[in-house]
Design a protein around this ligand. Structure first.
Ligand code: XLS
Ligand code: CA
Ligand code: CA
Length: 440
């Protein structure tokens, strides 16, 4: 087995004053914050598709980065990818990976051959996992790139395509279980529509739920104990995707009785596309008990598509980690970098620079979020702002002791409410966050 990145050793933590670009400035895996190491809090994962396969190809040009891993024949390349992926993860101290079935091993002549080849690669990954202790965070099926999925997979008008997708997902679940994956993701790349003129929306949604029910039934029977996730995204590649945002997905899960087995995989970039903040999506998931896992790549607010950039926005990362800490931390989930270096960042070292940037950003985010909670100014302000619900008429409403008649009586007796309105203090609170961030 050859070493792919001979010039690069294991990336050490050197602290914030180091100018070594191949070192962590803020991510110290073993440092304990609030009773857990940073490594346990953050549960970083590598995305197999971008890191091992993404060569910078876009609508306007061919790839700029060499991701052949020295091999031309598909099976040999798939195996070399495994070696390179484990080398990257070991050197960056990344404990998990996420995969699409077809990124591990491509499609061959027919499904039987494709499955057999995938088995060979997953056997090899299991061997590497035993040697290194690296785990699988989640797996998923690539039910969107092959032409058969042009009209969707679970939502295709063709029952044959639905059947093919079910067979592919069954194998992807088997592979996830084999690799010890703690999650299985549904991201509906083409589960949406371009025009309602040709679409039976009701049937498509029912079918998507049928596919998910079958996945849960099969997965549980096969011994999968982790979480199923839905990863919301409003658009791209389809004009309108059914899993638009967290709130939409919650309605779907509840309508079809799927809420027991599913959690959310929230992607920062998809939040941006839905015109939400990352924190909003996380908060909706948390408040409803559906917080699960995170794709930590950021988007660009000036662009209307999924740029999948490595996260460097510390402010967003801090507010994200605040939500994660408030949710009690990850259980089966983690922080997957569903990210690609920019097309112009094409050298092997750029893989390391970009992961270091992302990991340090979230390490900073964790440090700041912990301080925000410890500092207490934000949480205390919010508690105080809602204190009218703890006593008097507020408590009566919550306890179900007051209805419209009682409230009318109360309002008539009380008169205008000006005395109990207080300032929202937004600017003050934003300054508190800055104060905490920059005192680190
Ligand atoms: C695409 C999605 C995809 C999922 C996994 O926009 O982010 O990569 O995370 O299928
Ligand atoms: Ca994305
Ligand atoms: Ca994603």
């Amino acid at each position: 087995m050859s070493e792919f990145f001979r010039e690069i050793g294991k990336i050490p933590y050197k602290g914030k004053n180091s100018d070594d670009p191949l070192s962590f400035k803020y991510y110290d895996p073993d440092e304990v914050i609030g009773g857990k190491t940073m490594k346990e809090h953050l549960r970083f994962a590598l995305s197999w598709w971008h890191t091992m396969g993404g060569d910078g190809t876009d609508m306007f040009g061919v790839g700029t980065a060499d991701k052949s891993w020295g091999e031309t024949e598909p099976a040999a390349r798939a195996k070399a990818k495994v070696d390179a992926a484990f080398e990257i993860m070991q050197k960056l101290s990344i404990g998990y990976f996420c995969f699409h079935d077809r990124d591990l091993s491509p499609e061959y002549g027919d499904l039987a051959e494709t499955n057999a080849k995938l088995d060979e690669i997953s056997d090899y990954i299991v061997k590497k996992q035993k040697e290194t202790g690296i785990k699988c965070l989640w797996g998923t099926a690539k039910c969107f790139d092959h032409p058969r999925y042009m009209h969707g997979a679970g939502t295709s008008p063709s029952a044959d395509v639905f059947a093919f997708a079910a067979a592919q997902i069954k194998k992807a679940i088997d592979t996830t279980i084999k690799l010890g994956g703690q999650g299985y993701v549904f991201w509906g790349g083409r589960e949406g529509y371009e025009t309602l003129l040709n679409t039976n929306m009701g049937l498509e949604l029912d079918n998507m739920a049928r596919l998910m029910k079958m996945a849960v039934e099969y997965g549980r029977k096969a011994g999968f104990t982790g979480d199923f996730y839905i990863e919301p995204k409003p658009k791209e590649p389809t004009k309108h995707q059914y899993d638009f945002d967290t709130a939409t997905v919650l309605g779907f899960l509840r309508k079809y009785g799927l809420e027991k087995d599913f959690r959310m995989n929230i992607e920062a970039n998809h939040a941006t596309l839905a015109q939400h903040t990352f924190q909003h999506e996380l908060r909706v998931a948390r408040e409803n008990g559906f917080f699960g896992s995170i794709d930590a790549n950021q988007g660009d607010p000036l662009l209307g598509w999924d740029t999948d950039q490595f996260p460097t926005n510390v402010y967003d990362a801090a507010l994200c980690m605040y939500e994660v800490l408030k949710a009690g931390g990850f259980t089966n989930g983690g922080l997957n970098f569903d990210s690609k270096a920019r097309r112009g960042s094409f050298t092997p070292e750029d893989i390391f620079y970009s992961y270091i940037a992302g990991m340090d950003t979230f390490a900073l985010g964790l440090r700041i979020a912990f301080r925000i909670i410890e500092d207490g100014r934000i949480d205390n302000f919010v508690r105080e702002r809602y204190s009218s619900w703890e006593t008097g008429i507020g408590k009566d409403i919550i306890d179900g002791k007051a209805g419209f008649e009682e409230l009318e009586k109360y309002a008539l007796a009380k008169g205008e409410v000006t005395d109990s309105l207080t300032s929202g203090r937004q600017e003050l609170l934003e300054a508190v966050i800055n104060n905490i961030m920059f005192s680190l």
